[in-house]
Write a protein that binds this ligand. Structure first.
Ligand code: NAD
Ligand code: MG
Length: 397
């Protein structure tokens, strides 16, 4: 009998985390849940622990973790509860696990993801923000520590599948002329700039094709998500920025494409369901049976491809600009976006203010130089403070 692969899920109560648990539930002959983490959702974590009986659980929130401990004890469940940032990093680098799924949202995912990489783990990367922030630092660590990063973001997973067999993430692929990232265009694809002024958080979170956490849903609506994915593709696949393109494809059936120097274009198609890239990463290089239903080609009436409109969705352009600027600018872009999206979700600013706040931060700091992770984190903090001041002052312009 083959040994079960032990999996740690960072962000197990979220959208990607829950879908990772779905895949493991369907393939208990291959994988087991070794550890799970979340911010503060005690009830959901209790359900997860009851069903999957992981060895460890980490909650970032102190009160929530004490409550979970009590509840687990009363149910006579043996999962050990740990608490705080240090525990999070210890669990992601625990030598007993085989695979770490990085599915925390935002910059909180950076340190645990890096900890897993530095331990040479297979890391299924969903938390794109950590790569946007740390860029070459994360990729160099993966190279040095022999970690295996497998992209879970559906576009990057698609590109990985379209690259030649034996391709290793972080290495420049041969004979590639373009990487074409598809974008659904989000819920506001056909809204005018004037209409975008009055959209609500509920509307922004109602993505037409994907059921995701609130933050990435808003990022999809502004197309900041696609901007982050450009930066993510740049680091994962080591191609020049000029070779990365974005095309809007509202049906989300073609998940991305690779064009080769002879003019061949290889596309990855499947139903839009995150369980596919998750299962792919868990099983790689073997394929996991029936991770998602087959794509019914007879049901597809059309596949559209439309150029993105950076006038209505300037965040996409900011990502290209930030990557060109280099240094800490991508981290500051991410930090400003996190503050702006949180403010929008809390009803403090309008949807169209998100891009204005990001622009204000990038204009204010210019090309901010930083080399080490410490310097980047200082820049991140400065960008957050400035973005916060812009939100509070409502001096958005
Ligand atoms: P989500 O909001 O549904 O879940 C986030 C998870 O992170 C939760 O388990 C939450 O408890 C945990 N978390 C939040 N803040 C934390 C903190 N401070 N400390 C520790 N844990 C914390 O988000 P999601 O939609 O699952 O997205 C997760 C990541 O995956 C994001 O980086 C997103 O961009 C990426 N991603 C998501 C999808 C998707 O379909 N949802 C697709 C591609 C990439
Ligand atoms: Mg994506």
């Amino acid at each position: 009998m083959s040994k079960l692969k032990k999996v740690v899920i960072l962000g197990a109560t979220g959208s990607v985390g829950s879908q990772s648990l779905d895949v493991i539930r369907d393939h208990q002959d291959s994988f087991e849940v070794f550890g799970v983490t979340a911010n503060s959702n005690v009830n959901k974590m209790l359900q997860i622990c009851s069903e999957f009986k992981p060895k460890y659980v980490v909650l970032a929130d102190t009160k929530a973790s004490s409550l979970l401990k009590e509840k687990l004890k009363s149910l006579r469940l043996k999962t050990e509860v740990l608490q705080g940032d240090k525990a999070l990093q210890e669990l992601s680098s625990n030598s007993e696990s085989d695979i770490v799924i990085s599915a925390i949202v935002g910059s909180a995912g950076l340190k645990p993801t890096l900890a897993a990489i530095e331990k040479g783990k297979r890391v299924l990367l969903a938390n794109k923000e950590s790569l946007v922030i740390s860029g070459s630092i994360m990729m160099d660590a993966a190279d040095k520590c022999n970690a295996e990063i497998l992209p879970v973001d559906s576009e990057h997973n698609a590109i990985f599948q379209c690259l030649p067999s034996g391709y290793k993430v972080g290495v420049e692929p041969n004979s590639v002329s373009r990487l074409i990232l598809t974008a659904s265009g989000g819920p506001f694809l056909s809204k005018s700039l004037t209409d975008l002024g009055s959209v609500t958080p509920e509307q922004a979170c109602a993505h037409p094709n994907w059921d995701m956490g609130a933050k990435i849903s808003v990022d999809s609506a502004t197309m900041m998500n696609k901007g982050f994915e450009v930066i993510e593709a740049y680091w994962l696949f080591k191609v020049d920025l000029e070779k990365i393109e974005v095309i809007v494809h509202p049906q989300s059936i073609v998940h991305s494409m690779v064009e080769y120097i002879d003019g061949s274009m290889i596309a990855h198609m499947a139903v839009h369901d995150m369980r596919l890239p998750i299962a792919f990463g868990l099983g790689w290089p073997a394929r996991v049976k029936k991770a998602v239903p087959s794509l019914d080609l007879h049901q597809l009436s059309k596949l559209e491809f439309i150029a993105p409109d950076v006038k209505r969705f300037p965040c996409l352009q900011y990502a290209f600009d930030a990557l060109n600027a280099g240094g800490a600018t991508p981290a500051m872009l991410n930090a400003a976006n996190e503050v702006a999206v949180a403010a929008f979700l809390q009803g403090q600013i309008k949807f169209i203010d998100i891009s204005k706040i990001i622009d204000a931060v990038l204009q204010h700091f210019g090309n901010y130089k930083a080399g080490s992770l410490e310097e980047i984190m200082i820049a991140d903090e400065k960008a957050r403070c400035y973005a916060d001041a812009v939100v509070r002052g409502r001096n958005i312009g």
